[in-house]
Design a protein around this ligand. Structure first.
Ligand SMILES: Cc1cc2nc3c(=O)[nH]c(=O)nc-3n(C[C@H](O)[C@H](O)[C@H](O)COP(=O)(O)O)c2cc1C
Length: 231
């Protein structure tokens, strides 16, 4: 079956983890957000709130969080101070999800030549999250704490719409839950109110096509394995 242009945009989305420094015009970012705001949301609540970081605001957040991330490694007693505000992942992992997670992690590290005991390189690779993988644009997404769990469903639709719209303009993205533990640094930095909760971050820019990390292509479970057809 041939892929439609929409199929192509969806299928070509991948989590890019190396970006060039090519800037993204503000008008284009605004257009992506405007298009993505057509995403559906329960009773049209549109619970998204977006903070776009570029230039100095991006760079100073990167420096602050990388410094803390290094400090946490040197002194693990600091880790509990940087807890996520909501459980993105389960408290207790079960199969098949843990297997897919491991396959994903080791696949990426393997591609980067990072072995199981190579804690320094792992830390470095993980820290690239906190540099937005060098993307010139970082985004932070928040939701009003008063909203229900369904708002995270709405958010998923919105985030995917940004990522797919980005593909239509030759841009790439990486959605990032890695920032979530650092909300007590991020929220004051972006000027978010106490009534807001950090949902996740996202890197946006032009992928560095020469970077090995961007050759990482993730598998998917076949349709027949997750679909039950009822006649
Ligand atoms: C909400 C969300 C948060 C994610 N957080 C991170 C992250 O912090 N760092 C990262 O490198 N990838 C992150 N990812 C990317 C996933 O690892 C990736 O989507 C998955 O492995 C499938 O690969 P693909 O996006 O290339 O298709 C996140 C994805 C989603 C949807």
């Amino acid at each position: 079956m041939t892929l439609s242009p929409v199929d192509e945009a969806i299928a070509s989305r991948m989590s890019a983890r190396a970006f060039t420094s090519q800037p993204v015009p503000k008008e284009l970012i605004e257009q992506l957000l405007q298009v993505a705001s057509r995403a559906p949301s329960g009773t049209n609540c549109q619970p998204w709130k977006v903070y776009v970081l570029q230039g100095a605001s991006r760079n100073s957040l990167v420096e602050q969080v990388c410094t803390i991330h290094d400090a946490m490694r040197a002194d693990p007693t600091l880790v509990p101070q940087y807890a996520e505000e909501y459980d993105y992942y389960p408290q207790k992992w079960i199969s098949p999800y843990i297997d897919r997670r491991r396959e994903n992690g080791w696949g990426l590290y393997g591609l980067m030549g990072i072995g199981k005991g190579d804690k320094d390189k792992m830390h470095e690779q993980h820290q690239r999250n906190y540099r937005f993988f060098d993307a010139p644009v970082g985004m932070m997404f928040t939701v009003d704490r008063a909203m229900g769990r369904g708002s995270l469903l709405d958010y998923g639709c919105f985030l995917q719409s940004i990522m797919v719209a980005a593909r239509g303009h030759g841009l790439h993205t990486c959605p990032q839950a890695a920032w979530n533990g650092f909300s007590k640094v991020i929220m004051p930095h972006i000027g978010a109110g106490a009534d807001e909760m950090l949902v996740c971050g996202m890197a946006l820019g032009y992928a560095d096509e020469s970077a090995v990390v961007n050759t990482f292509h993730t598998p998917r479970v076949p349709v027949q394995d997750f679909t039950t057809w009822l006649d």
